[in-house]
Ligand binder design. Sequence first.
Ligand code: ATP
Ligand code: MG
Length: 427
Amino acid sequence: MEAIQVLKGMRDLLPEQTAWWQRMERELAGVLDRFGYQELRTPLLEPTALFKRSIGEATDIVEKEMYTFQDLDGSSVTLRPEGTASAVRAYLENFTWKKEPISRWYYLGTMFRHEKPQKGRYRMFSQVGAELLGAAEPAADVELIDLAVECVRAVGLSEATLELNSLGCPACRPAYRERLVAYLRVQRSALCEPCQRRLETNPLRVLDCKVEGCQKVAEEAPRILDFLGPECLSHLEAVRAGLESMGHAYRLNHRMVRGLDYYSRTTFELLTGGLGAQSAVAGGGRYDGLVAQLGGPEIPAVGFAAGLDRILLRLAELREPPQGPPIIFVASQGEAGWRAALPLVQRLRRAGHKVLSDVRAGSLKAQLKRADKDRARLVLVLGEEEIQAGAVSVKDMAAPEGAQDKQVRCALADLDRLLGEKLGGVK
Ligand code: ATP
Ligand code: MG
């Protein structure tokens, strides 16, 4: 019978990979907590209308990337392709805006997009994201961008570079859009086929098309930054000043429009090397209209999301693999040794140590080999002699061969002290 395989664009993360993930998730949770952001967990499955209404009908995500299907009751449901729409839904559904003027939320979890799989691009992937709801001030944008930078830095990607843009607001964007469309119409034949369509449905997206011909056209296109009204302009200036006073270097990129419809004013991305076309590790911006668009009051907000799979791909080239706590291996001889080992193993684990032992009935020699394979730091041996003496032999795997303290006999009552000495209190 043919073996069943994982779906295209989806992956198993085996233990040597999850160790990297767990370390990264711990580091991220630390940064987010230090900034005062609290975790939100929302369902993976949402009504399709949520994404259509928030992300926008004429976006890549909604047009062709959503896992949408009919639920058993006939309703249309979608596996979430991003986190902001769900966060805003939860914010409204739980009346959070009535309870607090400012909300700082983060989420970390799986997203689904039906894309062409390639390096750093999967159909099931993970993002960490943060949302700051309730503030229109540039200080909020600065906090969010700083948070995104610190998240990426804390996990070890200090090389990431920051790009910044402003998409204006509903007051200044239409004039820009009109000029852009007029320009693009003239250049129409130089655009790829999807961009010729986008020209009518979502012309700003032409600016960040990856096709070479379109990029040439985009480079010469009218710039949104030249069309910003006075308020959008001073907002952008204040964001820039804030970033500069924190020492964040950035590049203004008038072509960075982001893939989702809900952005206004500030947009930004963090880019890194080594990932080819998949160089964006994080992106975000201000979305002042979204809360109202989803049926709520006019509440301004700003957010970002970072792609954890991409970050890890790059980190594997830059960082040492994570190291777990020191391992204590308990080896025993015979039935009596095994029975004496059990309470010892239990006691040590309850005291916070990482303790392994062999569950197969093997010789002492086989167990020592196993301990070596498992990279044990210490091996505790419970042989007949040791049991008789109420003691245990402690073999220090890190000590050089022949060293005096390579193997010592220790009374069980004295074991905690010896472990403390050997491991320097690290558990
Ligand atoms: P791209 O231009 O690379 O398609 P995007 O604009 O669609 O990115 P966002 O919706 O802004 O991406 O998501 C934020 C981050 O999530 C991206 O910067 C990227 O790191 C990550 N990401 C997006 N799509 C995928 C995917 N299919 N596989 C892995 N990571 C992804
Ligand atoms: Mg995309």
